[in-house]
Structures are given as C-alpha cells and as structure tokens.
Design a protein around this ligand. Structure first.
Ligand SMILES: Nc1ncnc2c1ncn2[C@@H]1O[C@H](COP(=O)(O)OP(=O)(O)OP(=O)(O)O)[C@@H](O)[C@H]1O
Ligand SMILES: O=P(O)(O)OC[C@H]1O[C@H](OP(=O)(O)OP(=O)(O)O)[C@H](O)[C@@H]1O
Length: 542
C-alpha cells in the first residue's frame, strides 16, 4: 500500500525561512495596525463543532470544509472562517462585555479548494470585527481600517464598496419566481451582462428589472451613484445609495487618489451581509485580498442579536506575492485565447475592432503575440487553461467556450456571449436505443464528466460516467457506454456514426471572461475591450 509519509496533504505546504519571514511581516504589520486602533486579539480553536456553522459557513461552502469526528463521534470541522466562531464567542464568554467590542484575530483558516486549482487549503487570515456598533460611523471606522490595511501592504490598491440594501430593495420589488431571482443574483455577481439581459427581457416592463439589468455595470467612481439614482424612486434603494455616497465621500477625502471604488454589483453573499459589503485588491494579485461587510443577523443566531461589521485579509496570499512594488500597468491587457476552433472568429473580431493581428496570422510556434501598439497582448492556450490563467490573474481577460466554463467552473466575470463557436451539449445514444428503459445504472462516456454527472443527477438518475478524451462517439458503438454527453454542432459526427440525440442539455458559445481584480485595477483598458466586443456582437446580430 502506498504510504503518504513524505508529502504534506494535497493543497497544503511547508513554509521555510524567507517564506515564514514574509508571512510574519504581513501578519505583524496588520496586527500592529489593529492593536493601534484599539482592537484586542482573540484566538478561537482550529476545530469547531460543525453545528457552530449551521447553514452559514461565511465565505465557504459546507462541502469545502475539512471534517473529522471527536471521541464521541460528533462532527467537527477545521475552522473555514473566523467570523462565525467570533460570533459564537460574543454570545457566550463575551455576552456581558461592554459594547462596542473591538476584536482582532490572526489565525489559520481551512477550506478545500477546487482540485488542481493551485490554491491552498490552509491560509493565514488577519482581520477585525466591530461588535455592537451600528450605523454609518461604525461602517466608516471599519472601512477606513480596511483602506489602511491595504495601504500598509502596497501603495497600489483599490477598496471597492457596495451596499447590499440597494440590490435587496430591487429584488423585493421584482415580481418573478424565486428561481429566476436566484439566477439574477448569480448573473449580477458574475457580471454576465448579456445573459442577464436575456433573462430579464421577460420582465422588462418592471422598473426593478430595468435597474437590475444595469446593476453589474454600475462600478467605478462617484458617477455611478448618479446613474443608480436615476433608476430608483426612493425608499430602501435610495437610502442605501445615500449611505454609500457618504462613505465614499468620507473615504475619498481621507484617501485621495482614486483608491476607493463603488461596485453596486457585489451581491455574491446577499444572505449573509445586511449592509455595506467591500473588497480590497492589491496590484499584481489576481483575486481580492480583503473581504468584509456588515452582518447584523449572524450573532443573533447564537444569542442576543448584535449589529456587527468586520473584514479579513488573506495574509498568505499577500506574503506569497512578495512585496508589491510595481504599479498596475493599466494600459497593458493580456487576453488568453482558446486555440483551435475559436481562434479564427476571435481574430476576426479583434481585427474588426481595429487591432493589428499581423503576428497572429503568422504565428509559427509562438504562443505570445503583441497586437501592434495597442497594449493588448494575446496568449494562445488550451481551453481549460484559459480559465486557469484568467482566474489567477496572469491573463486579464479570456475567450473560451461555455462548455469549458460549465465543466470547470471558476471565479471570474463572464461578461459577454460573443455569439460565435455556437454548438450545444447533448446526450446521444445508438440509433434505436432507449436510454431511459430498464433499471440498470447506465454508463455515460464524456469528455465533460461534471456536465454529464450534473445533468443526470438533476434527473435523479444514477449513472456511471467514464471520462474519454476525444472521439467520444466510439464509446457506445464499441459497447463501453450506453450513451455519451458531448458537443453537437452540425450533427454530422453523430449521424455518420449511427448515433442520435436523446436530449439537449445546454447551448454553448464563446464567452468573454475577465479576471475579477483586473476588472477593477484596469477598468478603463478592459472596459474598452468589452465595449468593442459588445459593438462587434451587436453588428453580427444585425
Ligand atoms: N463542433 C465542435 N466541437 C467541439 N468544440 C466546438 C465545436 N464547435 C464549437 N466548439 C467550441 O470550440 C472550443 C474549442 O474546441 P477545439 O475542438 O478547438 O478544442 P478542444 O475541444 O480543446 O479540443 P482539442 O483537444 O482537439 O484541442 C470548444 O471548447 C467549444 O466551445
Ligand atoms: O456536430 P458536429 O458538427 O459533427 O461536431 C461535433 C463533433 O466535434 C467535436 O469533436 P472534435 O472534432 O473536437 O474531435 P474530438 O471529439 O476528438 O475532440 C465533438 O466532440 C463532436 O465529436
């Protein structure tokens, strides 16, 4: 039997020498800052009963927690988040402590990342919680401290703020089934401009739908507030905007230099947060390093209700990226392009937008190309790698098929359906076979095992999925599988091999995706590419 006695568990690592020193430096900077501002340190155990987290695991999904049992078989989990254990602490040991409580922590958190994503399962988080402080003054205290935390770590940073009240007010107004509302929330979070537009088209007569439709685009400076005000008539939504405006003005006054942004589309954790939500970015790091917000309903789940606001900084991420010295090269944008079938239309699109694609026409074996003097650099990569490059931030934007996104997932904005590379996912089997007859578990061959499994799980059908790398049509013909899940474009591959479509799963086409940090750090340059692509799609659809 293979012994795992020489390696650390998947997605964990030893830190040596310089790595320890850089992590300590980041932690110390933050801890000193929090102590200076009157926050006192608490430490909670690395292990908690799963019950502590109930349905709310903070930023982490229950499936991502590392679980074990104690000597009495009670379920424990490695702390996936620092705020929920602190909420427990405030309702027990600190229940009678005078409010407001200013607490800070500096400890490890654990959450299992997606397989092969290169992300760590354990990282160091330092952060603060202000318990018992309601209202704008507390929000401002914590937001100012968030800005100061980022400034301590790099001169080139952005703090973006949102108020979930704006989104919630619009959602309350929207007359639509809850499944549609859930989809709307997801699409706004992903900044899926076009798909959101399609979904809301059926509700276009409602003013809330019109406002929700533009919500993902409402990010930038104070001009965003004027645009948002024009969309609402008053009430909760307008009050949320007033709050954001005041916070924005105060923060910008204390910290001029366009470091503070507004993004009214930060709706990812809408159930958890009850007021202001914010994220922090540092130049050169492709994901947010700071996450926070107001969560007035959490502490009440453990005892007497208390308003609360706080944030956490991923100290490991900052330490690994080294001292952030360089400025963001705001005008240089890297586009990861899927090589193969999507290449020709993508180049056609770039040319129609005026980019000089000479180098792409005469590629040789090169993989990196500069489009004239435009500042746009193209890298050619395999489809799934485009997601990896964009998610990590080594590429700012990408062009990739929806099939690859559905199979691999990932954290990036999926801004636009580019309209080319159209095909569809379908289930197919041999002509004349009835896939749904009989009681035996069916075998499905696919290059897309997650899509295949997800489709049959939705139907409540047990299937065994076999991963096949290509020419999937062979599997049912040779008797390896009962059916396949694959891409169908013209249908001729199926036809020529004696197969038929049983059911269609989802339409597929090329998408423009954007790294979440780059969207904010390179707003102008990326905005130009998106606007150009939208023009192209509009022209193509005429
Ligand atoms: N008929 C089709 N078959 C496969 N993909 C298609 C088809 N039509 C459009 N596409 C899109 O083109 C993308 C790239 O497909 P392509 O076959 O070039 O690369 P690939 O699927 O990674 O295969 P390979 O392993 O052969 O490189 C797919 O991810 C899909 O979005
Ligand atoms: O409906 P059609 O127009 O016939 O296109 C569909 C075929 O194209 C793709 O295969 P691809 O050529 O990429 O080869 P592969 O399956 O070996 O990856 C896909 O996997 C289907 O086999």
């Amino acid at each position: 039997m293979k012994r795992y006695d020489k390696v650390t568990p998947v997605s964990t690592r030893d830190l040596l020498f310089g790595e320890c020193e850089s992590l300590r430096r980041v932690q110390e900077k933050l801890c000193r800052l929090y102590a200076r501002h009157g926050f006192r340190e608490v430490m909670t155990p690395s292990l908690e009963y799963c019950d502590v987290f109930g349905s709310s695991y903070g930023q982490v999904r229950p499936q991502q927690t590392a679980k074990l049992t104690d000597s009495q078989n009670r379920m424990l989990c490695m702390r996936p988040d620092c705020t929920v254990p602190i909420a427990r602490l405030c309702s027990t040991k600190l229940q009678n402590a005078p409010l407001p409580l200013r607490l800070y922590y500096n400890q490890q958190v654990y959450s299992t990342p997606r397989e092969h994503s290169g992300k760590a399962a354990e990282f160091s988080q330092a952060g603060v919680e202000l318990i018992g402080g309601a209202g704008r003054e507390s929000d401002l205290e914590i937001l100012s401290l968030a800005a100061e935390s980022l400034r301590e770590l790099s001169a080139d940073y952005r703090l973006e703020i949102c108020h979930i009240g704006f989104f919630k007010a619009l959602m309350n107004e929207l007359q639509a089934p809850w499944e549609v509302k859930e989809q709307v929330r997801e699409l706004i979070g992903q900044k899926s401009y076009a798909t959101l537009g399609d979904l809301l088209e059926g509700y276009a007569s409602q003013s809330a739908a019109q406002a929700l439709w533009v919500l993902p685009r409402l990010f930038g400076g104070s001009e965003i507030l004027a645009q948002a005000r024009a969309l609402v008539e008053g009430g909760e939504a307008a009050r949320a905007l007033d709050d954001i405006e005041q916070l924005y003005l105060e923060l910008s006054r204390a910290d001029p230099g366009e470091h503070v942004l507004i993004d009214l589309g930060l709706v990812g954790q809408a159930d958890y947060y009850t007021g202001v939500i914010f994220r922090g970015y540092l130049a050169g790091i492709g994901e947010p390093v700071l996450l926070g917000g107001r969560y007035d309903n959490l502490i009440g789940q453990f005892g007497p209700a208390r308003p609360a606001v706080g944030f956490g900084v991923n100290a490991s991420l900052v330490a690994q990226s080294g001292p952030a010295t360089g400025e963001t090269k705001e005008n240089t944008v890297t586009l990861a392009l899927t090589k193969g079938r999507l290449e020709r239309k993508a180049v056609e699109m770039l040319e129609s937008l005026g980019y000089d694609c000479g180098e792409l026409h005469d590629k040789g074996r090169r993989l990196i190309f500069h489009l004239g003097e435009s500042g746009l650099q193209v890298i050619l990569a395999k489809a799934a790698d485009v997601l990896t490059y964009v998610e990590s931030g080594v590429a700012d934007i990408g062009i990739v098929g929806k099939d690859t996104i559905l199979e691999n997932g990932g954290s990036f904005y999926e801004v636009l359906d580019l309209g080319f590379g159209r095909c569809r996912f379908a289930v197919a089997c041999k002509n004349g076979d009835d896939l749904y007859s009989g009681y035996n578990a069916k075998v499905i061959a696919s290059k897309y095992p997650k899509v295949a499994l997800g489709f049959f799980e939705e139907k409540g059908m047990d299937v065994d999925v076999v991963k096949i790398e290509g020419s999937v049509e062979l599997a049912p013909i040779l008797g390896l599988a009962d059916a396949i899940v694959d891409i169908v474009e013209t249908g001729s591959t199926l036809k020529e091999n004696g197969l038929q479509v049983v059911e269609e799963i989802a339409p597929v086409s090329a998408r423009l995706i954007v790294n979440t940090a780059a969207m904010k750090l390179k707003k102008e340059a990326i905005g130009r590419v998106i606007a150009g692509a939208e023009r192209y799609v509009g022209e193509e659809m005429k």
